[in-house]
Design a protein. Structure first.
Length: 217
């Protein structure tokens, strides 16, 4: 059965586009059935419209508390009856109740080699630290911000002449490769998250992955 995918965005939606493109090429055994943004007038909503995908705005500014917003967001998500929820540049800190509601079916992409550089400004922080390698991580969402177990990472080099924009562009190329792949693993029911004594593990093809996630090398 084709999986139903809902994508949450806050901006331009380039990872949304990568997932849409891969689904349209039958590289993902799923369909993006809905796109929800917490901000109006972002380009990601146009991407959804261009592909005839339903979209809604649940504007966080209309809610007094984070809890009230997450409750409204969850109600909107549930109208699509999704199998998979993809956070694609969704710039919101989620409440524990929301995370628990979708635990094991919600994934996020973060522009660093987690656990390094959780939070914002990851590219500049990697440059300022003098790192020679940076990258991106796809992980399951748990209550810890950017702290869920890693599924897959991709590395990129940092060159002495790099600006933040140079590095961001290099990371984006890898994001658009690995995020659709992880979504496909979920669509194929190959990927699950297991909790044991309070510790989360990622299971791919019945094998527990190491802390850095799947690594072919």
């Amino acid at each position: 059965m084709t999986k139903r995918i809902v994508v949450l965005i806050s901006g331009s939606g380039s990872n949304l586009q990568a997932i849409i493109d891969n689904a349209q090429r039958d590289l993902i055994d799923g369909t993006v059935v809905g796109v929800i943004s917490n901000r109006p007038d972002v380009y990601g909503l146009e991407r959804a419209a261009n592909s005839d995908i339903a979209s809604q705005v649940v504007d966080h500014k209309a809610f007094e508390t984070r809890e009230a917003y997450d409750q409204a967001l969850a109600l909107e998500i549930d109208t699509y009856q999704p199998d998979i929820i993809v956070l694609a540049g969704f710039m919101r800190i989620l409440t524990p109740a929301f995370v628990q509601r979708y635990q094991g079916k919600m994934v996020n992409i973060h522009p660093s080699l987690l656990p390094k550089y959780q939070g914002l400004n990851t590219h500049q922080r990697a440059i300022d630290a003098g790192d020679d390698v940076h990258g991106v991580s796809v992980h399951f969402v748990t209550e810890e911000l950017d702290g869920g177990p890693v599924i897959l990472q991709a590395k990129v080099p940092i060159f002495d002449t790099d600006t933040c924009d140079d590095l961001a562009a290099r990371v984006h190329q890898q994001e658009h490769r690995i995020y659709p792949l992880v979504v496909q693993w979920m669509c194929q029911d190959r990927l699950t998250m297991r909790q044991n004594a309070g510790v989360f593990d990622v299971i791919l093809d019945d094998i527990s992955l190491p802390p850095q996630g799947y690594a072919a090398d």
